[in-house]
Write a protein that binds this ligand. Structure first.
Ligand code: SF4
Ligand code: SF4
Length: 391
């Protein structure tokens, strides 16, 4: 089989800024040099994962020292380097996200421009993916379309809706503000959401990805999981291939992932790891983590779509709010795309019959107050049951 994509997997034990910079430079050398991918003096827009206002050490967001090291490596050949995103909980303001994640301070100390996608306006673009049947026009942040080379800096994490998140899913932050929640509502099934993400990739034309897999997230990602030291930086110009490699490292089958399948079908990259040339510190099999914890609902996500509404009645996973932990911040209430969350007196309550299982609330709750509740059948078929029985 011809190898059509190259991905560098490099060991990087910690967030020492100089070390990250050196590892990324080495990655470029192994991939044939930065000139293969970028023009001398070209403007670069780095897009970290700034999901919500979380401290960097809990592995929800791209680490600020990773961002610094990457930015320094890019500054060796680039012109202007800027950093932009639209965090998921934008409804409650984004200043706190830039501050808590340390990304704002990292930009200040490295003299990098901060681009707040909510403030730079957006451009409605017609969908380019015929299989994205539900959303015909997609709002993309204007700053993403202004000519700088877009570089995705994802965090390697599990994800309760999509099973994992990487360089392609990270592009969802190119959709500013509450449009994200609206699109979730329109494309709630992972297959539809995968087509939407592939569409966003078509429209934003990312040039490169450098993934923060130094400390990753396993379990109930992308925000309620647990951090796990994985000590890697994964980079390449094919975002689909970078994600396929990360998926394989976390123990998922890249070819059964809806986003990678949709992206590969559109010719946006290579999802089959057999067709990816690995350069760096070993073969792909050397890096696979067999006991990387999956989201507890991962088997629910495997239900074939044709089972449709019948399966929905007996096989579901829905959010449940722990009122003892909930701080009544109302982020979930304000962002739920199905309006399934209510404020009743001093309580925040989920109306399960309205819930479309998008897991946005689970993703955005800043206090891990939302867990996932299962129907008896889903519970019986997930590993949670067997784990519980063993106790
Ligand atoms: S309650 Fe949570 S999972 Fe259900 S639709 Fe609202 S945001 Fe999505
Ligand atoms: S469940 Fe979480 S997001 Fe919702 S109000 Fe409570 S603390 Fe805020």
């Amino acid at each position: 089989m011809n190898k059509r994509a190259q991905v560098a997997i490099l060991r990087c034990p910690d967030y020492d800024v100089g070390r990250v910079e050196a590892v990324v430079e080495r990655g470029f050398e192994l991939l044939g040099g930065s000139k293969r991918f970028f023009g001398e003096g070209e403007s670069i827009l780095l897009k970290p994962n700034m999901l919500s206002a979380k401290k960097p050490d809990i592995a929800v967001t791209t680490h600020p020292d990773f961002l610094k090291g990457v930015a320094r490596a890019f500054k060796k050949f680039a012109g202007e380097v800027s950093v932009g995103d639209s965090p998921g909980g934008a409804v409650s303001g984004t200043d706190r996200v830039w501050s808590e994640t340390g990304i704002g301070a990292a930009c200040d100390s490295e003299k990098i421009y901060k681009v707040v996608f909510e403030k730079t306006g957006s451009v409605p673009l017609p969908s380019q993916n015929p299989r994205n049947k539900r959303i015909k026009t997609i709002d993309i942040a204007k700053a993403v379309l202004d000519g700088a080379a877009l570089v995705s800096l994802p965090k390697m994490k599990t994800h309760t809706l999509m099973l994992f998140t990487g360089a392609v899913k990270n592009l969802y932050g190119c959709v500013p503000g509450l449009r994200k929640a609206h699109y979730h509502f329109m494309a709630v099934h992972p297959d539809d959401f995968g087509e939407l993400l592939a569409d966003i990739m078509l429209l934003t034309k990312p040039r490169f990805a450098v993934a923060d897999a130094i400390v990753s997230m396993e379990g109930e990602g992308p925000s309620a999981g647990i951090s796990r030291h994985t000590g890697l930086i994964i980079m390449g110009s094919d975002l689909v291939a970078v994600d396929a490699v990360m998926a394989a490292i976390m123990g998922f089958d890249p070819l059964s992932d809806p986003t990678l399948r949709a992206s590969a079908r559109l010719g946006l990259g290579v999802a089959d790891t057999r067709a990816i040339e690995i350069v760096g510190d070993g073969n792909l099999s050397d890096f696979v983590i067999p006991d990387f914890k999956k989201p507890s609902n991962w088997k629910v996500r495997m239900v074939p779509r044709f089972l449709g509404p019948l399966a929905k009645k007996i096989f579901w996973a829905k959010p449940s709010i722990d009122l003892a932990v909930c701080t009544r911040c109302r982020i979930c209430y304000n962002t739920c795309p199905a309006k399934a969350i209510f404020a009743q007196q001093d309580r925040i309550v989920v109306n399960k019959s309205l819930c479309i299982e998008c897991m946005c609330c689970h993703e955005l709750c800043p206090d891990k107050a939302i867990s996932i509740e299962y129907s008896w059948l889903a519970d019986a078929l997930t590993s949670r049951s067997s784990e519980r029985r063993k106790k």
